[in-house]
Design a protein around this ligand. Sequence first.
Ligand code: NAD
Ligand code: MG
Length: 392
Amino acid sequence: MRGVAILGSTGSIGVSTLDVIARHPESYRVVALAARSDVEGMFEQCRRFRPSLAAMADDEAAARLRVLIVGEGLPTEVMAGNEGLEAVATHPDASDLMAAIVGAAGVLPTLSAVRLGRRILLANKEALVVSGALFMAAARASGATILPIDSEHNAVFQCMPPNFATGLDRVGVVRILLTASGGPFRRHALDELHGVTPEQACAHPNWRMGRKISVDSATMMNKGLEVIEARWLFDARPDQIEVVVHPQSVIHSLVQYVDGSVLAQLGNPDMRTPIAHALAWPERHTAGVAPLDLVDIARLDFESADFERFACLRLAFDAVRAGGTAPAVLNAANEVAVARFLDRRLRFTGIAEVVERTLTAFPHRAADDLAAVLEADAQARQLAEQQAQRVV
Ligand code: NAD
Ligand code: MG
């Protein structure tokens, strides 16, 4: 029986995780849950899974949840704020942490669990983008196992040899091929992109996800963040990572070997597959996902990524090559720009512009310690807000 804690339990990944867990009550106990503001959603989860601890981001939401929990007589303690997030991430009864908060808010609590040597099911890609070197060093030091949940990285992990951490060259891996659907605007007229709405941007052709990652998929910043994520998870050089557009989202990614072999992982686009893979690893169990029907799919298409249409992808490759705090700056500026776009305070095409302006204006710095990275994150957010006011 494994104890599981979940950061971001009411979100798309959190709900899918609880769905998989509910299919295997003999294998998992839900120990602690954290979410931002969805009190009703959290209360329902507490009723169903009876965790020892539930945390909400703000005091007001926590107070409302506490009233409901006490009224129902549930055995769940309620906490609030960063203290609550930390307590969920490091709960003594949890062996595994599902890190599924969106954005840089997930960095510190996830790192705390890494330092305790926990098994980390990592969905929160921003944590690796912001602090990849420190994150992986902390995992090596504590012996924490990092299992990628992002479908591409989970696919790559499944296609890698078991000893890949000894170095890609040593194990004969030449290249990681990350597939990308191309999002909803792959074929949209370029001169109409500036007018697209948040609703259009969030209508992903293959996946149902949270709003932030949906916008990232539409700009292809999501793939850019995933390039940086792959760089750290697999200790790959930027030139060992390639992006291939594959509109059907059936091949989730591939690994190319020195002898010409290319291994791929396929499956229906349903996040319960990578979640079940990571929960059960190194074993396998059911995920509730329909079997893949290749005849029904009939064909798989591939094309190269268009770096002009998707400037965010180019900017992410620039940032990973530049190193230092550049990926943290890229991520912070993107979070600011996407939030503005979702609030209708920035055009869709303004997202890449804000990110590029912020990266250009921000001085290059080393990312040697967490304080430097968090300072760059905070300063880049301020700078991005200023730059956003100049973008029409
Ligand atoms: P979502 O918006 O649906 O859910 C986010 C969750 O985090 C919610 O439970 C929310 O309450 C919680 N949260 C957000 N900010 C918080 C804060 N400051 N404090 C406490 N809780 C907070 O997002 P999602 O689609 O589930 O994505 C979660 C993460 O997983 C993201 O980093 C995303 O990039 C990654 N991811 C998601 C998918 C997917 O299919 N949805 C695929 C790959 C990777
Ligand atoms: Mg992905």
